[in-house]
Ligand binder design. Structure first.
Ligand code: URA
Length: 207
C-alpha cells in the first residue's frame, strides 16, 4: 500500500536516544504539562528489530513511568508470547503521546486529541529514526494517526505499509481485544493472531 510520507515534514532533531529522552523529560511547551501526569517514554531493547507504537500511558503506566505494564500491557505480552517474542529482547515499545491525558475527574484517562498527537509527533518520529527498527507496529487508531496521518484500523490492520525503508503494520490495540474477548473466527482476537504470525514471518526473513 502506498502512503504519503509524513516523516518528510519532520526533519530529525536529535542524534541520540539519550539526548531525546533527556529533552522529553523537560519538554518545552508540553501540551499536557498541566495535566499533572508524568512523562512516560519507552521500554525494551533499543537494538530490537521491532518497534511498537501504542496510544498513551494509562493509570498504571503513569504510576510506574513505564509503557504497557497495566492490563493492556499484559494482553500485549500474551500476543508476543504466542509467537515466541520476548518483549525485553525482541521489541522496543513506545507511545504516540507521552503523558496520560487525564479524564474529567483528573484520575481516569481519555483518548488523546489530534492536537496532543501532533504535539508529540516530532519526538515520536525521532525515536522511530533513532531506534531504526526495520519493522514498526502501530497499535490502534491513535498510533495510525500519529505515524501515518490516517485512521481506519479495521481497514488498515494486517497490511504492510513501506515507508522510509521500514515495514509498518497497523494492528488492533490490545485494549480493543480486552473489550472484545471472543475467539471466534473473524473476531478481532483471531485477526490479531493472524497479524502477529505475519509479523513473526517478516521478522524471521529479515536479512
Ligand atoms: N496503552 C497504550 O497505548 N500505551 C500504554 O503505555 C499503555 C496502555
Amino acid at each position: 500500500m502506498s502512503q504519503p510520507d509524513l516523516f518528510a515534514q519532520y526533519p530529525q532533531q536529535y542524534d541520540s536516544l539519550d539526548s531525546i529522552i533527556e529533552h522529553m523529560l523537560n519538554m518545552d511547551g508540553d501540551v499536557l504539562a498541566n495535566a499533572g501526569t508524568r512523562v512516560v517514554i519507552s521500554r525494551g531493547n533499543p537494538k530490537a528489530k521491532i518497534l511498537l507504537v501504542g496510544e498513551a500511558p494509562g493509570p498504571q503506566e503513569n504510576i510506574e513511568g513505564i509503557p504497557f505494564i497495566g492490563r493492556a500491557g499484559k494482553m500485549l505480552e500474551k500476543i508476543f508470547e504466542a509467537v515466541n517474542f520476548n518483549s525485553n529482547e525482541d521489541i522496543y515499545i513506545t507511545n504516540s503521546v507521552f503523558r496520560m491525558p487525564p479524564g474529567k475527574d483528573g484520575k481516569n484517562f481519555r483518548k488523546p486529541t489530534s492536537k496532543e498527537i501532533a504535539h508529540y509527533r516530532p519526538y515520536l518520529f525521532d525515536i522511530i529514526r533513532l531506534i531504526n527498527a526495520p519493522i514498526v507496529l502501530l497499535t490502534g487508531n491513535v498510533a495510525c494517526e500519529a505515524v501515518l496521518g490516517i485512521t481506519g484500523i479495521t481497514r488498515l490492520r494486517g497490511k504492510w505499509i513501506e515507508l522510509e525503508g521500514r515495514s509498518i503494520m497497523p494492528l488492533f490495540h490490545p485494549s480493543y481485544l480486552l473489550r472484545n474477548p471472543s475467539k471466534k473466527a473473524g473476531a478481532p482476537k483471531s485477526l490479531m493472531w493472524e497479524d502477529i504470525r505475519e509479523v513473526r514471518r517478516r521478522w524471521e526473513n529479515l536479512t
